[in-house]
Design a binder for this molecule. Sequence first.
Ligand code: IMP
Ligand code: MG
Length: 181
Amino acid sequence: MSAEPIPGIERILFTGEQIDARIREVAAEISRSYAGRTLTLIGVLKGSVFFLTALARYIEVPVKIDFLAISSFSNKSGSPGVVRIAKDLDESIEGEDVLLVEDIVDTGFTLRYLLQTLAGRAPNSLSVCTFLDRNSRRIVQVPVDFCCFEIPDRFVVGFGLDCNQLYRNLSYVAVMKPEKA
Ligand code: IMP
Ligand code: MG
């Protein structure tokens, strides 16, 4: 199958092949960092599912997997930043080496909330791996330990990222046309 862009998409940013190659590199970094330990990957539903499963297959230390889901709200003034857990983890992370796996870090509000919440559960360690980082839009400073790609200030879809719940299943990451995003 060719990666022919579909309507609504302006251009492909990263092909499936580029994504796979970069995920292998990041998985190797993670495997070195956690050598001799067991890693608990926590995926944030739904966007990180494609990335987490691809990443996990290339990690060479023993891995546990758990998921949580969040809801984001705008507050009365319309600004972002209000986040709550809509589906919690199945297991305790007390004493675990936890790697939080995100699809994209944008303003940083979601990640800050998740890190504060998870840190309160006494993991042995807590780090962050994100598929995409749009650092230019950061509002709150958050630590990112592992990152596949830095991206420009454009709305993107594919490889887990959606636009109104569509396009998550694209094998590539693409920039949406401005009128569609
Ligand atoms: P933050 O709290 O602003 O960092 O929000 C990050 C969340 O917003 C991500 O987990 C995504 O669910 C969503 N998001 C941000 N930018 C994009 C994008 O370009 N495409 C799809 N979802 C996005
Ligand atoms: Mg997300």
